[in-house]
Design a protein around this ligand. Structure first.
Ligand SMILES: [Zn+2]
Ligand SMILES: [Zn+2]
Length: 228
């Protein structure tokens, strides 16, 4: 009981109050799962680590949830933990990779480390690739969602952004580039500028219209479009 009380005390700490407010603000005071803004909101710690104080967790591990979703999240975590406990070590490794790949889908710009062959297998599973393909694509042991996505597109097709002028896929341009582009969209922009001679500023300005129209145009030339 003594320990529980001290945890409760910690949640009254000004540093926790500050962190809590930060997370609530990040989510506009809405439950990030069901979107409720009229229920009491709680900050869910998605895991606990020995020695960490409540406000020392990274923001992405703290979730802004209504009380109902918070209870649901805790139930799922309990079930997940029990289920993981039944697996063999190698299967847990796969699962770790798979979970990293899911996060990469949410935040493609974040690079993450592929620690082992087993983890690579899990990542590969999520993107319908082979572990060897993931390993070959690592850069100093790391990879991000943009690269995995591009590899999946090239291997299996699916909707992709294309150069509207010559039809080359953004994924292909991204995988082939050596400039160090951050993502396929950037590679497509560089392609339009360097290979088709479009004006850089006009390309960058028109880029934002793609979200509405599924294409971006400069001087009547569609330089970026979504594949059918
Ligand atoms: Zn909710
Ligand atoms: Zn082109």
């Amino acid at each position: 009981m003594g320990r529980q009380k001290s945890y409760y005390e910690l949640l009254k700490h000004p540093k926790w109050q500050k962190k809590r407010l930060e997370i609530l603000n990040e989510h506009n005071f809405e439950c990030e799962d069901c979107g409720a803004d009229d229920k009491s909101l709680q900050i869910h710690h998605s895991y606990y680590e020995k020695g960490l104080l409540p406000w020392e967790y990274p923001n992405e591990s703290l979730h802004c949830l209504c009380e109902d979703c918070h209870r649901q999240a805790q139930d799922w975590l309990t079930l997940l933990h029990r289920q993981i406990g039944r697996l063999e070590l190698g299967q847990i490794e796969d699962l770790l990779g798979y979970a990293m790949a899911i996060e990469a889908g949410n935040y493609p710009m974040i690079t993450f480390e592929v620690h082992s062959y087993g983890v690579a297998e899990g990542v590969a599973d999520a993107y319908h690739l082979k572990a060897e393909e993931v390993i070959d694509a690592l850069n100093e042991g790391q990879i991000d969602g943009y690269k995995l996505d591009a590899m999946q597109h090239i291997k299996h097709g699916g909707r992709d952004w294309l150069c509207g002028i010559c039809g080359t896929s953004a994924s292909r341009l991204f995988l082939d580039q050596t400039r160090g582009d951050d993502n396929p969209y950037q590679s497509l922009q560089e392609h339009a500028i360097n290979d088709h001679g479009l004006d850089r500023q006009a390309v960058e300005e028109s880029y934002h219209s793609r979200r509405l129209d599924g294409r971006a145009v400069v001087d009547g030339q569609v330089w970026m479009r979504l594949s059918d």
